[in-house]
Write a protein that binds this ligand. Structure first.
Ligand SMILES: Cc1cc2nc3c(=O)[nH]c(=O)nc-3n(C[C@H](O)[C@H](O)[C@H](O)COP(=O)(O)O)c2cc1C
Length: 204
């Protein structure tokens, strides 16, 4: 696909079918991750964890579920939401409509972890963003749906007793910073008109 056409189709998918992606699709996505630029060429500071095990994804979801339930409860207490409305809390795009599904039921999730930094502090966030964006664009090119996963990791940091990230066996000294959920979109990817006015830009 031509690059501008690819950008027109790129969007965050939050509704997936249950069908698993193929091994070829997964290997293309991993190729894209490995083709992303990384500061100082330090690929050895990055680690990928592919999760296709539903039980693990469900365990990881627990913290996000708890947080979204707490959020609902707060809104209900404050009178913002009536009990009847609670089954459809989809106003916050970062919070899944179904609280039990922070991965939006995507069958594959890839976590990107990074060696904890003291030499180049901050570079880890840029590195993982490059890697996840590369996978997101590759997924779009393959007609797959995908969405960045940050909130799930934040939820686990916020609720230490539900931090089940230990199940992912990250290497010693590495922390998970970002992820991507992948799968077949419930509806085919649509194209959108591109706009150049979303980010305020100064010229000097
Ligand atoms: C660093 C980063 C973290 C994100 N984390 C999440 C997330 O945890 N859950 C989610 O549903 N979307 C997440 N998103 C997707 C953004 O909400 C989305 O890209 C933005 O609203 C623009 O929509 P679009 O991707 O459809 O153009 C994240 C995006 C980025 C770049």
């Amino acid at each position: 696909m031509n690059y501008l056409e690819l950008l027109k189709s790129r969007a965050s998918t939050r509704k997936f079918t249950e069908k698993q992606i193929t091994e070829k699709e997964l290997s293309d996505i991993l190729l894209a991750a490995n083709s992303a630029p990384v500061g100082s060429n330090l690929y050895k500071d990055i680690h990928l964890t592919v999760v296709q095990n539903k039980e693990i994804l469900n365990k990881l979801s627990e913290a996000a579920v708890k947080r979204s339930e707490d959020k609902k409860r707060m809104k209900q207490i404050s009178g913002d939401v009536k009990l009847d409305d609670m089954s459809d809390m989809s106003t916050d795009i970062e919070t899944p409509a179904k609280p039990h599904s922070p991965f939006y039921s995507a069958p594959t999730v890839i976590f990107v972890s990074h060696r904890n930094q003291d030499v180049q502090p901050g570079i880890e966030f840029s590195n993982v963003a490059c890697i996840v964006l590369s996978m997101h664009l590759a997924a779009t090119d393959l007609g797959l749906g995908s969405v960045f996963m940050w909130h799930i990791l934040e939820s686990m940091r916020e609720i230490p007793e539900l931090d089940n990230s230990y199940l992912l066996n990250f290497p010693e000294g590495f922390s998970p910073l970002l992820g991507i959920a992948l799968g077949y979109p419930e509806k085919p990817l649509k194209t959108r008109e591109l706009r150049a006015d979303k980010i305020k830009t100064d010229y000097m």
